[in-house]
Ligand binder design. Structure first.
Ligand code: CTP
Length: 446
């Protein structure tokens, strides 16, 4: 019996896939199909896959062409499979020509001509075509437009800002740059908001009133009430409103949270997160239109606090340093006291410290090295070091492209909840902390 094996994602199964399977099957008597797992796809940069592994396997099964379906989960698995199943022929589309020649050592490798004019990417692209306007003036907008290229179904429209758009912004990434916000909104289905925080509420409200979906670099608003108003407005206008903290979309960070919830370090006793960056504060023209430490880094540092410890703290105390006669903080520390744990964030714009995160528990602790907010790696450490565990997960594009994929999926489905990695409770609480900060609640100045 001649055994043939082939692999693929088989997302939104199309006739290109079916023709491939038919020809692979015709090469022998028994066809094994390896369907890539969601994690494996993500680790190799395939982030737009629409269907779950189960749905994709079911679609392959329904063709009736596969005698056996397996899951491809790791790099190098093909060699293991070929040996394990006694495979004679490895068949794959010609778009992979040359890439699998190394398997000739184990079986015959055949590249089958790819069917022209169809692909999963193309179908995904056609299904949704979201025109995304960007609001902001810093170099971050360059990153955003670069990351959009990895996301099926999102196209950048224009750029708008109320600030001076500096030379660091690459204007060629945009169809147009405008100082007319309505023009941007009219040309877009959705906006990515990265304007100075004090402008968020007003600009988001305008977008939602016009029926535009919004993702906003956190904080979404500077008071709890404003946040709630915006959430309501989004609901009333059938729009998606998503909080944008890219760390929440990194696989390593998500796994860390899951490991914690599964009790790997026992009961959590403290969460400490530090985020800082050096900026030349003497060059700031208008401090009211700037991201200080608390607005720039606060939401990122608060994310693990609220996701691990919850939002129901008993009390908090703020220590801050502001530039004389301005509301711009170069350093802020907030201590939260919960019923049975404590959490501290330290954030700085204009100072530098070690940007690490430590979560301590009754059995051990999690250590995430700097810069923890761009994490692809963390360790679980125990008293007995031989039990220590290290975890590594690929992170591409600092999490921005994953965040954009989720935003696009939320828009298609009409609901943020299944795709947003940040609960509304957490976003609301972040806004409440901003409010407390600007009202000088429980505040000590240094
Ligand atoms: N394939 C094919 N003809 C096509 C599309 C895919 O022969 N038009 C083959 C691929 O070469 C591969 C298998 O089908 O051997 C599974 O491919 P997969 O990557 O899942 O499909 P694509 O449509 O190429 O997906 P994407 O656009 O996401 O890359």
């Amino acid at each position: 019996m001649v055994k043939v094996i082939t692999y693929g994602t088989f997302d939104l199964l199309h006739y290109g896939h079916i023709r491939l399977l038919e020809r692979a099957k015709a090469l022998g008597d028994y066809l094994i199909v390896g369907v890539t797992s969601d994690d494996f796809d993500r680790s190799r940069g395939k982030i737009n896959v629409q269907q779950s592994l189960m749905e994709r396997m079911e679609a392959v099964r329904a063709t009736g062409l596969a005698d056996k379906i397996i899951v491809e989960e790791y790099e190098g698995q093909k060699i293991d499979d070929i040996k394990q199943y006694g495979v004679d022929i490895f068949a794959i589309g010609s778009d992979w020509k040359g890439k699998f020649d190394y398997l000739n050592e184990f079986c015959q490798v055949i590249y089958l001509p790819r069917t022209q004019g169809i692909s999963s990417s193309q179908i995904r692209q056609k299904e949704r075509q979201i025109s995304l306007g960007i609001v902001g003036s810093s170099a971050f907008v360059n990153k955003l437009s670069a990351e959009c290229r990895y996301v099926n179904g999102i196209r950048i429209s224009g750029l708008y800002s109320e600030m001076d758009i500096g030379p660091e912004v690459d204007r060629s990434c945009f169809e147009f740059v405008t100082d007319d916000y309505d023009r941007l909104l009219d040309a877009s289905d959705a906006v990515y908001m990265h304007e100075y925080p004090a402008a968020h509420y007003r600009l988001i409200a305008r977008a939602l009133q016009k029926g535009k979906h919004v993702i906003c670099s956190s904080p979404v608003a500077l008071t709890r009430r404003e946040y709630e108003e915006l959430t309501k407005m989004a609901q009333d206008n059938h729009c998606v409103l998503m909080d944008g903290i890219k760390t929440a979309y990194s696989t390593a960070y998500q796994r860390l949270i899951l490991l914690l919830k599964s009790g790997h370090i026992g009961r959590v006793v403290s969460v400490d997160a530090t985020c800082t960056s050096l900026v030349d504060v003497s060059r700031i023209k208008d401090y009211g239109k700037e991201w200080g430490s608390i607005t720039d880094w606060g939401p990122t540092a608060l994310l693990p606090v609220f996701q691990i410890a919850g939002t129901e703290y008993r009390s908090f105390a703020i220590t801050t340093h502001r530039l004389a006669d301005t509301s711009f903080d170069t350093f802020t520390k907030i201590d939260f006291t919960y019923d049975s744990l404590t959490a501290t964030i330290k954030v700085g714009n204009g100072i530098k410290s070690e940007g690490e995160m430590v979560v301590a528990g009754t059995l051990g602790y999690i250590y995430v090295p700097a810069p923890w907010w761009k994490t692809d790696y963390f360790e679980i450490r125990y008293e007995n070091q031989t039990n220590n565990r290290r975890y590594f997960y690929q992170l591409d594009g600092e999490g921005i492209r994953y965040e954009l994929v989720c935003f696009a999926k939320a828009i298609s489905s009409g609901s943020a909840a299944p795709y947003s990695c940040i609960d509304g409770k957490v976003s609301g609480q972040i806004c409440q902390v901003m409010e407390a900060y600007y009202q000088n609640q429980n505040m000590k100045f240094i």
